[in-house]
Write a protein that binds this ligand. Structure first.
Ligand code: SF4
Length: 63
């Protein structure tokens, strides 16, 4: 699995790195960043949860 954050859509709410800290981090301004590519199997569930909870729908997931 690979995940991507659309930097134009991300508003820095931080849900991704709160829900899936093993997959997402924050840059200096609090915007989401992707830490792992590809996502490890143990991070797939949290990554999907984060994707479903991003208020801006900025996270895209590829199988
Ligand atoms: S939850 Fe969405 S809007 Fe918030 S930091 Fe993560 S990608 Fe950006």
């Amino acid at each position: 699995m690979r995940v991507r954050i659309d930097p134009e859509a991300c508003q820095g709410h931080g849900r991704c790195y709160s829900l899936a800290p093993e997959v997402f981090g924050a840059d200096d301004d609090g915007f989401g960043t992707v830490l792992v590519d590809p996502v490890l199997p143990s991070g797939e569930g949290p990554a999907r949860l984060a994707g479903a909870n991003c208020p801006e729908q900025a996270i895209s997931i590829e199988a």
